[in-house]
Design a protein. Structure first.
Length: 486
C-alpha cells in the first residue's frame, strides 16, 4: 500500500503543474530557512554552553571541561561550585588561604581562610583537568562600606580590598569626613599601614581668618615732693636737718620739674626744693592681620622684628638671644562636614618698652608689653567672635615721709612726697573666619599713591598729592578732602 501510494500519479493541467512546482520551490525555501535558523540556534546554544561559568554571589556553575577562571572570595566566606564531570581528585596549592570540600562527585564548597591567592585543580579519574579556579581571598568590606555610608552619609566613598589592605577612594565634602573615614578604616584593617587613602575633597577647603586687635591705654601720673635742708650755727655748735623723701617709687619716673627757695639769716640757713610732676599719656593700638590656610594645615604671620636680649657670659663675651615682637598670628583651621569651622588660634601683639626694664653692666635691657590670646573655637563662615576682652583699671600710690613729723597735719606735707599713678586699659580681640572664594582684583594701598611735585613740596609743604577727591557721584565736596591730608 505504501508503494502504491508513493507511485500514484495524478494528471493535472499545465498551469496546475507550474503552480505545484512553484509551491515546491517555496516549501523548499522555507525548509532551508528553518534549517539555517535551527543551525544558528544550535550554534548559539553551543556558544552559551561553552561559557566558562555562570556565577552568582555564592554559587559558581562550570559548564565546559578544562576551563580556567578567576574568582574573588571574601575572607571567611564560602562558594558553592557545580562541575560538569565527576571529580576524582582535588588539589589546593595554598590550603591556608582557601580550602575545598567535596559535597558529592560534582559539587564542591570552597572556603576563604585568610587573605591571599591560591588555585584549586579539579581532576577526573584519568588525571584529566576538569576545571582550574584561580582564587583571590580578600577582606570582606561590605560592613565597612555600610559603616561609612552611615557615619559620613553626604560623601561618596568607595572601599576596595586587596588582600589585607584597603583602599579608600571617591569624594568627601570636607577633610573632617576624610579623617572620620580613615579612623574607621584603620580600626577595620588593624593598622594605618593597611589603609591607602586617595579620597579627594569636593568642597571649598581654604579658610581666611581676619583678626582685629583693638586696644586703648590711658595713664595719669602725679608727683609732689619737698626737700628741706636746714643748718643752724650757735657759737662752735653746728646742727643740720636734711629731708629728701624719694619720689617716683610707684611710677618709676623721676620728676625733672623743681622749684628752689632759700633763706639765710644769722646762723640759720634753710634751703627748700619743690618737685612736682603731672603726666598724661594715651596709647591706641589697632592691628588687623589676615591669613589664609587650607583645612587641616597651619599658617603663621609676623609683622614686627626681633631685638637682642643678653642671657649670659662666655669667656668674657655677652651671649644674646633674639626675642620677637610685633603682631603675630598662628592658626589652624578644620572645616567640618556641617559647615562649621574649627579654629586653633594663637595671636599676640607685643612691643619693647622701658617700663619694667633694667640696666645690667651698662646695657639697658628693655621689657615687652604683650597682649596675647590662645584658644580653640568653632564657628561658621562670616561669624565674628570675641576671643579675648580686657578692661583694666590700676591705681598705685606711694608716700615717703619723715617718721613722726610727716604725719602732722598740714605741716607734715613739708616732710613727705607723694607718687600717684592710674592706668586704664581696654583690649578687645575679634576673629572672623571666611571660606576663601575666588574674587576680583584686590585694591592695593599703593594704587593711588602719588608724591607731590617740587612746587607743592617747597611752597605748600605737601609730601603727597590729595587723591580720592570728587570720585563717584555722591555730590560736590568743598575744601581740602582726600585720603591723605598733609
Amino acid at each position: 500500500m505504501i508503494g502504491n501510494k508513493m507511485n500514484m500519479h495524478i494528471s493535472l493541467p499545465n498551469n496546475s503543474s507550474n503552480r505545484v512546482f512553484q509551491m515546491k520551490q517555496a516549501s523548499m525555501c522555507v525548509i532551508r530557512q528553518g534549517f539555517l535558523t535551527f543551525i544558528m540556534a544550535i550554534g548559539l546554544l553551543a556558544i552559551i554552553s561553552s561559557t566558562v561559568y555562570a556565577q552568582s554571589n555564592s554559587r559558581l556553575r562550570i559548564s565546559n571541561v578544562g576551563g580556567s577562571q578567576n574568582v574573588q572570595l571574601g575572607m571567611n566566606k564560602s562558594l558553592l561550585v557545580d562541575l560538569p564531570r565527576n571529580v576524582a581528585e582535588v588539589i589546593v596549592s595554598q590550603p591556608a588561604v582557601a580550602g575545598a570540600i567535596m559535597r558529592n562527585a560534582r559539587s564542591a564548597i570552597i572556603q576563604g581562610m585568610e587573605a591571599g591567592e591560591t588555585n584549586v585543580f579539579f581532576l577526573d579519574a584519568n588525571g584529566g583537568q576538569i576545571a582550574v579556579i584561580e582564587i583571590s581571598v580578600v577582606s570582606d568590606v561590605s560592613n565597612l562600606s555600610a559603616a561609612l555610608r552611615s557615619i559620613v552619609p553626604n560623601s561618596q566613598i568607595q572601599v576596595s580590598s586587596f588582600g589585607e589592605r584597603i583602599v579608600l577612594s571617591g569624594t568627601a565634602n570636607s577633610s573632617d569626613d576624610i579623617d572620620k573615614a580613615m579612623a574607621i578604616a584603620v580600626q577595620f584593617a588593624g593598622g594605618e599601614n593597611n589603609v591607602a587613602n586617595v579620597i579627594t575633597v569636593s568642597g571649598a577647603q581654604q579658610v581666611m581668618l581676619k583678626v582685629t586687635v583693638a586696644e586703648v591705654q590711658r595713664e595719669t601720673i602725679r608727683q609732689l615732693g619737698i626737700n628741706l635742708s636746714a643748718a643752724l650755727s650757735v657759737g662752735d655748735l653746728t646742727t643740720g636737718l636734711l629731708s629728701a623723701p624719694p619720689n617716683g617709687g610707684a611710677s618709676n619716673v623721676s620728676s625733672p620739674n623743681s622749684f628752689t627757695a632759700s633763706f639765710s639769716g644769722g646762723g640759720l640757713s634753710i634751703d627748700a626744693t619743690l618737685r612736682a610732676l603731672e603726666r598724661r599719656g594715651a596709647l591706641r593700638t589697632l592691628a588687623s592681620p589676615t591669613l589664609t590656610a587650607i583645612s587641616g594645615g597651619e599658617a603663621s604671620f609676623l609683622a614686627g622684628g626681633e631685638y637682642p636680649v643678653p642671657v649670659g657670659f662666655d669667656n668674657g663675651q655677652i651671649i644674646f638671644e633674639f626675642k620677637e615682637f610685633g603682631v603675630k598670628l598662628n592658626f589652624s583651621p578644620v572645616v567640618r562636614s556641617n559647615g562649621v569651622i574649627s579654629l586653633d588660634i594663637e595671636t599676640s601683639v607685643s612691643e619693647p618698652t622701658t617700663e619694667g626694664g633694667f640696666n645690667a653692666g651698662g646695657i639697658t635691657i628693655p621689657a615687652t608689653r604683650e597682649r596675647e590670646a590662645k584658644t580653640s573655637v568653632q564657628m561658621r563662615s562670616g561669624e565674628t567672635l570675641a576671643i579675648a576682652g580686657l578692661i583694666e583699671d590700676k591705681v598705685r600710690q606711694q608716700f615717703n615721709s619723715l617718721p613722726g613729723i610727716g604725719d602732722i597735719p598740714i605741716l607734715g606735707a613739708l616732710f613727705r612726697s607723694r607718687d600717684f599713678v592710674r592706668s586704664q586699659t581696654e583690649l578687645l580681640i575679634l576673629v572672623t573666619p571666611v571660606m576663601a572664594q575666588p574674587g576680583g582684583q584686590v585694591r592695593l594701598p599703593t594704587d593711588n599713591m602719588n608724591f607731590s611735585g617740587d612746587a607743592e613740596a617747597i611752597f605748600l609743604g605737601h609730601m603727597q598729592r590729595l587723591y580720592g577727591v570728587g570720585e563717584g557721584s555722591g555730590g560736590q565736596l568743598n575744601g581740602s578732602v582726600g585720603f591723605v591730608l598733609d
